[in-house]
Design a protein around this ligand. Structure first.
Ligand code: DX5
Ligand code: ZN
Length: 214
């Protein structure tokens, strides 16, 4: 079954509670929360202090995407804020296994992400301990960008590698995903779709969530 993770970055920040409830009530399983530090990416978004109060809105799975340098410094803060899944970037640190272990020790699921031009084969040593692999299909930093087909070899590789391992994992794609290209990434093995502007920018948010999940 396909999972949808609407990215809150594209929501109306003056009515976050309502926006979250709308996607949850229409069947979205995850809420994608993009955390940017102005260092790993040239943008600043939200922190744990903003995520914690949103936890009260509904029991949707909080899928936190850390686009920050040296992520181990903040995994505890995001776990305490209510993260269920914490994903960090392969490119953001050296001791990646330590980050995975720290996330698991906090009782969260661990994800690792690669930027479009990073070879996903570098993730191989970590796959056996990860719960989620995230293929970026835009350069991280901003919502509303155009899907990059050059990231497809990363998706194909990870799909094959995960199948070979025989593991149940989320294989997530993030960036420029819409109702048109969703079928392409699903065919290539993605089972979790992040969509920001395609969901929250739609005329009918609820109907769009249902269309992604149909
Ligand atoms: C980009 C973020 C994405 C982004 C997706 O750095 O990681 O999650 O919000 O937004 P859309 O779907 O608009 O590309
Ligand atoms: Zn993201």
């Amino acid at each position: 079954m396909i999972k949808l993770a609407p990215s809150l970055l594209a929501a109306d920040f003056s009515r976050l509670g309502e926006e979250i409830r709308k996607v949850y009530d229409n069947g979205a399983q995850y809420l994608h929360l993009d955390v940017m530090d102005g260092m790993f990416v040239p943008n600043i978004s939200l922190g744990p202090g903003m995520i914690a109060p949103l936890r009260k809105v509904c029991p949707i799975v909080f899928d936190v995407h850390l686009m920050i340098v040296d992520p181990i410094r903040y995994v505890e803060a995001f776990a305490k804020a209510g993260a269920d899944i914490i994903t960090f970037h392969y490119e953001a640190c050296e001791d990646r296994q330590a980050v995975i272990d720290a996330i698991h020790a906090l009782g969260c699921r661990a994800g690792m992400s690669v930027k479009p031009h990073t070879d996903a084969r570098l993730m191989e040593p970590y796959l056996k301990s990860l719960d989620l692999a995230l293929v970026m299909t835009v350069e991280p930093g901003f919502g509303g960008q155009k899907f990059m087909p050059e990231a497809m070899p990363n998706l194909e590789y990870l799909n094959g590698a995960i199948q070979k391992l025989g593991r149940e994992m989320d294989l997530e794609v993030d960036g420029g995903i819409n109702l048109q290209n969703a079928s392409i990434v699903k065919e290539k093995g993605a089972n979790t779709l992040v969509a920001g502007s395609a969901v929250f920018g739609a005329q009918d948010v609820g109907a769009t969530v249902r269309a992604f999940l149909a």
